[in-house]
Design a protein around this ligand. Sequence first.
Ligand SMILES: [Fe+2]
Length: 340
Amino acid sequence: MKKVLWFLSLGISCVCVILFSAYSGMRICETHTALADYVGNFSGNIDNIQKKGAGKQSFSFVVIGDTRKGYEIFEHGIRRINKINPDFVMHLGDFVEKAKKHHYDFFIGELKEMMIKVPMFFVAGNHDVFVYPRHDVNRKYFKRKLGNFQFHFVYGNSLFIGMDNSELNPFNEEQLVWLKDILEKNRTVEHKFIFMHTPPINLNIKKKSSGEYKKDFNRDDPAFRNTIKGYGIDCVFVSHFHGYMEKKVDGVNYLVTGGGGAPLDAGGYHFVIVNVDGQKVDHKVVNMRKIWVFEDRFELMMHTTVYDFIDENKILTVILLIFSSLIIIKSVRDYIKRAR
Ligand SMILES: [Fe+2]
């Protein structure tokens, strides 16, 4: 009898998991198709933010990086950002764990549910473009869901430039020509801020012995540093390292902020608020609590792991469903036979 009940439970569990994750996956795909029209790097949003900032000498913006699977922490951050009500938010990348359709769908759905009330822009991180474990580059999800990889706009008295070094390589010549052209055309703009995911300077991280780990954090990009020389850059904001750090290289401030929710390398979870007031620029670190909600984790797992598997292995799932149903039928028949 014990054996019958065990098989019955196994069969029912398999069917429930498959059906629930399929339902959850389809619900997210159907209901979360697009973000608010002020979220993302689409040309319309860039035009709108530039118009909104015209003539402003005093404003604030928030920078947050590396949120990945830490949706509860990210959500807590968005609630606080909504209260602070900055002019806009810059996300420094690594907002999904894997650059796959269902990871992007889940992220877009969650971001929509968080109801960010101010414009939000994104630079891509390595997790947002690599399809693990194959590591081949897949950029179509970012482009479709969040717009252009590189962008720039003038907001009031400040220039903002978002750049793409998500593939963990130094910037190529085309990118540096693009950057120089923007800096040249906006030479007279009072403040200049650049945003990217991977640090273009050596952070001197010696924490782990893995060569990859060291290389990613301690990669110097002298061509980038030379390109921005002489333009009076106020700050280059970077992420990838899950912690907080400030460095000055060639007289330029580099602010590393990657404490948005991904597992930490150092320090605590946080985001940064930057205040621009005429000639003055200052920033403040806002700490966030570590939060872990079972229900959210369960939903994340169901969608990005189980439903992802189901969607990629439809035939195998149907076979599994039939097999589980047969187990249930056989178990019920055995149970009835024994009961008689
Ligand atoms: Fe990263």
